[in-house]
Design a protein around this ligand. Sequence first.
Ligand code: NAG
Ligand code: NAG
Ligand code: NAG
Ligand code: NAG
Ligand code: NAG
Ligand code: NAG
Ligand code: NAG
Ligand code: NAG
Ligand code: NAG
Ligand code: NAG
Ligand code: NAG
Ligand code: CU
Length: 630
Amino acid sequence: MNSPIISFILIAITCLAELINAETHTWWFNTTWVDANPDGVFERKMIGFNNSWPLPTLRVKKGDRVQIYLTNGFDDRNTSLHFHGLFQAGSNQMDGPEMVTQCPIAPGATMLYNFTVADQVGAYWYHSHTAGQYGDGMRGVFIIDDDDFPYEYDEEVVLTIGEHYHETADVLKPKFLSRFNPTGAEPIPQNLLFNESRNGTWHVEPNKTYLLRILNIGGFVSQYLWMEDHEFTIVEVDGVYVEQNTTDLLYLTVAQRYTVLVKTKDNTDRNYAFMSRVDIDMLDLIPDELELNGTNYIVYNQDKFDEERPEPYLLDSIDDYFDDFYLKPLSKDKLLDDADYTITIDVQMENLGDGINYAFFNNVTYIAPKVPTLFTALSAGEFATNEIVYGTNTNSFVLQKDDIVDIVLNNLDTGKHPFHLHGHIFQLIERHESIPDEEDPVRYNASDHAEWPEYPMARDTVYVQPQSYMIMRFKADNPGVWFFHCHIEWHLEQGLAIQLIEDPVALQNDPNQQINDNNKDLCAKLGLAWEGNAAANTENFLDLTGENVQFKNLPTGFTARGIVALVFSCVAGVLGLAAIAFYGMQDISDVEERVARDLDVDINDDEYAESDDLVRGSSSLAEHSSTQKN
Ligand SMILES: *[C@@H]1O[C@H](CO)[C@@H](O)[C@H](O)[C@H]1NC(C)=O
Ligand SMILES: *[C@@H]1O[C@H](CO)[C@@H](O)[C@H](O)[C@H]1NC(C)=O
Ligand SMILES: *[C@@H]1O[C@H](CO)[C@@H](O)[C@H](O)[C@H]1NC(C)=O
Ligand SMILES: *[C@@H]1O[C@H](CO)[C@@H](O)[C@H](O)[C@H]1NC(C)=O
Ligand SMILES: *[C@@H]1O[C@H](CO)[C@@H](O)[C@H](O)[C@H]1NC(C)=O
Ligand SMILES: *[C@@H]1O[C@H](CO)[C@@H](O)[C@H](O)[C@H]1NC(C)=O
Ligand SMILES: *[C@@H]1O[C@H](CO)[C@@H](O)[C@H](O)[C@H]1NC(C)=O
Ligand SMILES: *[C@@H]1O[C@H](CO)[C@@H](O)[C@H](O)[C@H]1NC(C)=O
Ligand SMILES: *[C@@H]1O[C@H](CO)[C@@H](O)[C@H](O)[C@H]1NC(C)=O
Ligand SMILES: *[C@@H]1O[C@H](CO)[C@@H](O)[C@H](O)[C@H]1NC(C)=O
Ligand SMILES: *[C@@H]1O[C@H](CO)[C@@H](O)[C@H](O)[C@H]1NC(C)=O
Ligand SMILES: [Cu+2]
């Protein structure tokens, strides 16, 4: 036999061996409320599985099949489960986001999430994709082990970080999405969590190399991490192996993962601090009682630790954190070819006529359609390639098979935002520096851009800087409906999302991608259709009458100023405490200052004083607007 044949046989045997080794993991989980005290200062209910919280770390191997039966054990709310970072190639309906790829799971109902982790490795996580539930604890780690891990280490350790609220999302959300919070100030967390707790202790042995998998499973703030006298050597980000790069200061937005090597000391003489810090630029207000730095411990010597804890280890500056743009994928995957299709999206936060602050891509705030978009794509026949059928408020873009796609994201907002694309990793090919609040936002200019890296960093979640832009590039090689959204849960609730409808014809022609009976039952339980356009019209896919749309715009002439005035009149008049709660327990004049600064209005100016008088005592926004006009 000649050698090509031999190598063919060898490859065939290897593939066969892998197939035979592929395991099926089956888990049954029931969502339940669990009494917990994660930060040690406040007892509350967290969302657990089977009366237990935190949720388990699920561990599988490359190529394995996963079957998770998720029962909605709540009696008053829907749920869903998303596996963050998994491509779900050929299994789009297992992706999780409600009204995108499935109907919500009604109380008492069960959904089987059944998929293989075909060709992925590394650190992922799972979380509810419904109404802020993951902030209430419905989140856990999902690891895909690799028999051919490219770096040497002695022991693997998982570490999650995140922020923590004392109130549940269903209490916070209505206060956040309220006309009494016209600037869209996000709720301020009470604490930072380290491994779902605080004051954590990481017990280590000397002379070892640890593989530390760090995951920010929070829903809002980014965090800095650093260790006293130890370093992080980054080897994987969001499931992508990278060339080693060592740093002493990491920055993780929510949903990002860093797998790092940490070498321990050669002796057990002392213990060290392991610090975390909230990115304060993301907070609209910093209450005195909020501990901005979390102190945790690397414990070599328990006796010493019992005697005395290491002091917090502070840095002079946290400006010099590791910029993931400079990482290089170990695969040496080159910059993809020039884009066949460019999606340009502008981010803005604005108020609509109901006085609520929403988030917009190109002036559209995402409102869920009446039929999950995947099911529209599957039922629309030849109309599936027509963006109209997906509705006017879903920000849907149809992508052609194997197109190279650029997402050019101009952030006209003064905040940082971590964006996540389902079903893909993307190359981050350009990211502009942040632009200070007092200057105008900078947009991407295609005829004047930076030089793009030869081997761009790739991952599934990246942040854009304030008033600045970034460009993400990927290949549309995974037929399906993929959500792209800000991973700050508050901003997703405000509508900061688009949908990519990738090669819907291939989707329709793939027998494995057809809606299964379980999914149809889930829709039926909630009285939802699993066919039709965004308005659930199955007769005429181009007729969107009755679709869900955003609230109408603020009437012309009614400015942010008017809203401020309205808020103050309410605060002063009715003592609507929601606004005060959001801006901290402060006196009212301070709240005024704060709102005014956010809205960029001068509270001493005459018009303001006037409008305050004008709106006092009235109750409807429309009324105020007509008064305001002149
Ligand atoms: C969770 O509870 C269900 C029944 O509610 C049970 O079938 C399942 O085995 C339990 N799962 C675990 C991981 O304990
Ligand atoms: C962490 O330390 C703080 C301050 O010492 C304490 O109030 C809190 O209960 C501790 N939390 C946990 C979970 O140990
Ligand atoms: C799931 O949990 C709920 C709430 O604890 C309970 O009422 C229900 O019986 C459980 N379901 C199953 C299948 O165990
Ligand atoms: C569950 O989902 C259905 C369909 O979207 C919706 O009508 C219903 O209000 C949801 N239930 C709750 C409690 O949010
Ligand atoms: C999961 O999907 C695979 C492939 O379609 C199928 O063979 C298997 O029966 C499914 N599992 C269950 C429990 O239905
Ligand atoms: C975090 O918690 C997990 C168990 O949930 C544990 O295995 C791990 O060692 C902890 N990590 C650290 C850094 O303490
Ligand atoms: C660590 O390794 C060094 C050099 O190999 C050795 O001298 C030292 O005793 C080791 N320390 C411990 C605590 O084992
Ligand atoms: C928190 O840590 C930062 C960075 O190390 C430091 O500048 C700041 O002073 C610390 N704050 C407190 C209250 O310790
Ligand atoms: C490591 O990161 C630095 C920037 O922090 C970058 O200049 C360098 O090229 C990177 N090297 C590798 C191998 O990733
Ligand atoms: C959004 O609305 C503004 C103001 O009406 C308009 O200037 C701009 O062109 C719109 N942007 C898009 C992408 O439609
Ligand atoms: C984009 O860059 C080109 C080349 O530098 C320049 O001529 C043009 O004015 C720029 N466009 C805008 C809108 O800034
Ligand atoms: Cu955001």
